[in-house]
Design a protein around this ligand. Sequence first.
Ligand code: AMP
Ligand code: MG
Length: 178
Amino acid sequence: VLRGGGLVGFPTETVYGLGADATNARAVAGIFAAKGRPLFNPLIAHVADTADARRFAILDARAEALAAAFWPGALTLVLAKTAACAIADLTTAGLDTVAIRVPSHRVAQALIRAAGVPVAAPSANRSGHVSPTTAAHVDADLGDAVAMILDDGPSAVGIESTVVDLSGPVPTLLRAGG
Ligand code: AMP
Ligand code: MG
């Protein structure tokens, strides 16, 4: 489904995500449409491991240290894009930075690896609604918009990832999360 440009609801350790191929602008447009999310609010790209992250973002010494300490897990890093970054401009809302996370959840990991692409995924709820921590929540809010929902029980953390911006000289906490 992801390689074909469709949307998949899937569990992560934080909350359930609404996933699309982050390199496919048409697919990512489907996320914004389904959620009613403004196009200026960039999405997090989920990758399988730190080596994968280095294909899309420049990890300096600070980023490498945080990645070693907290990936896989509930930490998102905002980093400068690599020159070869294949992530669609729509995913990053036209910024020259990209938000990257390596989730630890076994199903999220399996999905990303099977798709073979970075997976853009905000929480799988319509904008303004509560973030879903079960597949049933996703089905209730976005069931009509997704081709598939992967159910692996409740999300363990239950709140969104922590977001740290390392794109400038001073690290900035953008969101205190899980
Ligand atoms: P969510 O809204 O739960 O998908 O969380 C994503 C958060 O990361 C939002 O607050 C976005 O504004 C933020 N974000 C994503 N990409 C970037 C970026 N390139 N620069 C700054 N913030 C970002
Ligand atoms: Mg959300």
